[in-house]
Design a protein around this ligand. Structure first.
Ligand SMILES: C[S@@+](CC[C@H](N)C(=O)[O-])C[C@H]1O[C@@H](n2cnc3c(N)ncnc32)[C@H](O)[C@@H]1O
Length: 207
């Protein structure tokens, strides 16, 4: 079984536990609102790696026409119970099942960090492809490159892997994909005490 398939199955298996434990840090949601405030309306927005839908997709649904995409069927099943997006789609961020230029914005909270490092550029290229000219992206990353595996994540016996490209590589890859980074926000209260704090990159596609 490939790395990606293991992650997908892992998210299927721990869907209920992740849903129970996922709480939004206040700062994470302030960043999302700030990003949404900067968009012109009406906005069609893709939440890539939406998971079980709270708190991010839920907030998007309150303020935009939102489409949630995830490759885990169980995460999507839970999302369908709790949020009401325009559409929920099972698909892979490395090959988005959408036509070119159909969204005005893409968000990716805590999801690109599960993509194998060799595929990060592909994902950012896919985000650029499905955005209209001037389209916007907001994604969270890690400050530094590192890969990590936890064999008992959230005490579920499920093995989970993270592949973080780090801020420097992500900046370069966003630029390669045609984005101009407009700011860099952090959420200092996120993660454990010793965990590196994730930066959030808002960026704009050249019009
Ligand atoms: C840590 S969860 C984050 C979920 C949600 N964005 C949030 O903020 O709670 C990561 C999600 O990304 C999804 N994911 C990981 N790799 C993916 C891929 N290649 N394509 C689509 N979804 C993916 C997982 O299934 C999981 O639901």
């Amino acid at each position: 079984m490939g790395k990606k398939e293991k992650i997908r199955r892992g998210y299927d298996e721990l869907a209920e536990t992740y849903a129970a434990k996922r709480s939004g840090s206040r700062r994470e949601m302030v960043i999302l609102d700030h990003f949404l405030d900067s968009l012109s309306e009406p906005t069609r927005i893709l939440d890539a790696g939406c998971g079980q839908g709270t708190p991010v997709l839920r907030r998007l649904c309150e303020r935009t026409t939102a489409v949630g995409l995830d490759f885990s069927r169980e995460q999507l099943r839970l999302a369908a119970e709790t949020v009401s997006p325009a559409l929920l789609v099972q698909g892979d961020m490395t090959m988005l099942p959408f036509r070119d230029g159909v969204f005005e914005a893409v968000t990716a909270y805590r999801s690109v960090i599960h993509i194998p490092l060799t595929d990060h550029q592909t994902v950012l290229d896919e985000f650029a492809r499905v955005l209209s000219p001037g389209g916007r992206v907001l994604l969270s990353e890690s400050p530094m490159e590192f890969e990590r595996t936890n064999t008992d994540w959230l005490d579920t016996d499920v093995k989970m892997t993270w592949s973080m490209a780090g801020a420097e590589t992500t900046r370069k890859q966003l630029q390669n994909a045609g984005f101009r980074i407009t700011a860099e926000w952090d959420a200092p209260e996120m993660g454990g005490e010793d965990d590196p704090k994730p930066p959030f990159f808002p960026a704009r596609l050249d019009a």
